[in-house]
Design a protein. Structure first.
Length: 192
């Protein structure tokens, strides 16, 4: 398989190099989260930007969940009957990503600006790319490029492959960089 160096302009390849290094330097709150980091680096290594976007969005969600588990376990040290945090999270399906991020911020364990950005990326990127819901890009303040790509007849007309390619090449990498930045600024133990 070809390397991203063969597929992209040198400045884009340099950004990918930097991003791969940043991903590899992250400390992950749980083991499973680390695998998504490794998968993200591997996707970037082969130039799979759309796949990288999907994995990065999942990584962000798992990272937040991992932080909640890890901080909860820390808080329970010495308890005679610790709560199984993973199981409790599974039982609280109605308490989604936004709730978990909000609780981390309330507890002083996550940066509030990064939390706002994470919530926005979750809503505008993670949910649509994972559930095949391009119509979600139209609700709220949707980026005009998204409307151009997945647009309706009244907004943008038919979508060309060139438009989709432009979106991946222009917006996937900055979005992935933003997600990695959120994770970097909220490393486990940073706020304790």
């Amino acid at each position: 398989m070809r390397s991203y160096r063969d597929q992209f302009e040198p400045e884009v390849a340099d950004r990918i190099d930097c991003l791969i290094r940043r991903i590899k330097n992250l400390e992950y709150p749980t083991g499973p989260t680390r695998y998504y980091g490794l998968d993200l680096a591997a996707c970037l290594q082969v130039g799979a930007l759309s796949g990288s976007l999907v994995v990065a969005a999942s990584l962000m969600e798992l990272y937040i969940r991992g932080l909640v588990v890890r901080y909860s376990e820390d808080a329970q040290r010495g308890w005679s009957r610790p709560v199984e945090t993973e199981r409790e999270l599974d039982n609280m399906k109605d308490k989604g990503f936004r709730h978990l991020v909000g609780k981390l911020v309330e507890s002083g364990l996550f940066d509030s600006e990064a939390a706002a950005r994470a919530k926005e990326l979750y809503k505008t990127v993670r949910i649509p790319v994972h559930h095949g819901l391009p119509s979600r890009f139209f609700s709220g303040p949707a980026p005009s490029l998204m409307i151009g790509i997945f647009g309706t007849v009244e907004k943008a007309g038919p979508v060309s492959m060139k438009q989709f390619e432009d979106f991946i090449e222009e917006d996937a990498l900055p979005t992935i960089e933003a997600i990695v930045g959120i994770l970097e600024s909220n490393q486990y133990g940073t706020f304790t």
